[in-house]
Design a protein around this ligand. Structure first.
Ligand code: TRH
Length: 377
């Protein structure tokens, strides 16, 4: 009998909640033969990442996953063997009653936010609250040994490396998206929240000795791009040139295509959680726009990651990379930090691949969850 898993996803904002849970659900089905229902409260957000989603349907199969629209009422709910509440979302009370009513209570897991902080190791897999005899556990993704690891599909790094070795495949992929960068241009993707520091970076890129082709998926940073270009409106398909800089707005692409886009680029600006991890699997230098939290606590999270990520760099490259990431996350001036990073480009480039391969040695998150369940039963 296949183990039955229920994953609950409440879309708080943006796309990270659904991005992570959809990826996890597919991997559990494909690689671990689990029967997975994915309960999502916002199918429109889901549709952006997975255009096959029919937003009018309450139940549908997508890539082997039983996708359900989270209903308002849960009469006659049946609970699965493993219940994942993603990012501390509240389970429906009737569903919790169904968990408690099972002959064998389910494994109840809170899949937490990703953090490189040290305390995560101590809290990973610890018991949390109980409900009528059903125990909930913390499960922390992470970069350090002793955490739940990162989402990484089997063979992902090999696929990525093969794609990056194949110039023809990359060109074909980019052309299909309407992207035709000049042969010597630096290709950069830009997925970020609003950022007042963007103008200083674009200004510098436009006066640079080397051409840059900047790909901007439609989203929150677009307002800053428009302002810098002095335009009222930008939309997918628009291309504008300022000096050495070509800015191209592209439509939001399905999740698998976004991976390939990251693999094609020389440098990826990413945000939140899932794109941040995918940029690391791309093995290319990256810039993280971390999700802002009250009292700037996100900056501790940023520094915790930087400490780990830059440990293998020379002191000068380390200072350059940290300087750039700090500037980006404090709406600071990007011109000088970018110039400094370029001085260390070969080292930073090589390091991105080394870091990726090192992280790839750890068990991936889906496997770690399955192992947790197996040891729990
Ligand atoms: O969208 P994000 O900012 O998401 C999250 C949420 O805000 C969440 O509430 C918060 O807690 C978390 O950040 C820290 O960034 P993220 O996590 O990178 O999610 C974006 C998803 O969208 C990711 O799965 C990649 C996908 N994507 C595409 O599929 N196509 C695209 O064209 C792009 C740009 C992204």
């Amino acid at each position: 009998m296949k183990a039955r898993w229920d994953i609950f996803c409440s879309v708080v904002d943006n796309y990270g909640d659904i991005g992570v849970t959809w990826r996890l659900a597919r991997q559990l089905v494909v690689e671990h033969a689990c029967a997975v229902r994915l309960w999502v409260d916002d199918l429109r957000a889901f549709e952006r990442l997975c255009p096959q989603i029919d937003v009018r349907r309450d139940a549908q199969w997508q890539e082997g996953v039983d996708v359900r629209h989270w209903p308002a009422e849960w009469p006659g709910a049946t609970a699965a063997d493993v219940v994942i509440a993603a990012f501390a979302c509240q389970l429906p009370p009737d569903y919790m009653e169904a968990m408690a009513a099972r002959d064998r209570v389910p494994l109840w897991v809170n899949l937490d936010y990703l953090s490189a902080e040290e305390w995560v190791v101590g809290c990973h897999r610890l018991p949390s609250v109980t409900f009528k005899g059903v125990q909930k556990y913390f499960f922390f993704p992470g970069f350090r040994p002793g955490t739940g690891g990162l989402l990484r599909e089997a063979g992902l790094l090999e696929q990525r490396q093969a794609f990056q070795r194949d110039a023809g495949a990359q060109q074909q992929f980019l052309h299909a998206l309407g992207i035709f960068p000049a042969a010597d241009a630096r290709l950069i993707s830009l997925f970020a929240y609003e950022n007042a520091g963007l103008a200083s970076w674009l200004e510098l890129l436009s006066t640079d000795g080397r051409a840059t082709h900047l790909l901007v998926p439609e989203g929150r940073i677009l307002g800053d791009v428009q302002r810098w270009l002095g335009l009222e409106r930008l939309a997918a398909g628009d291309i504008r040139q300022r000096g050495a800089l070509t800015v191209q707005v592209i439509a939001f692409v399905p999740q698998a295509h976004y991976d390939r886009l990251l693999w094609c680029c020389d440098f990826n600006a990413v945000r939140g959680e899932d794109s941040f991890v995918r940029a690391q699997w791309a093995g290319r230098p990256l810039l993280w726009h971390i999700y802002r939290q009250d009292e700037d606590i996100h900056l501790d999270k940023l520094d915790a990651f930087l400490e780990l990520y830059t440990a293998g760099l020379s002191p000068a490259a380390r200072v350059a990379l940290i300087g750039l990431w700090h500037a980006w996350n404090t709406d600071g001036d990007m011109a000088q930090p970018w110039k400094r990073l370029l001085e260390h480009w070969p080292e930073v480039n090589l390091h991105a691949e080394t870091w990726c391969l090192e992280q790839g040695l750890q068990a991936d998150l889906a496997t770690a969850l399955v192992q947790f369940y197996e040891s729990w039963i």
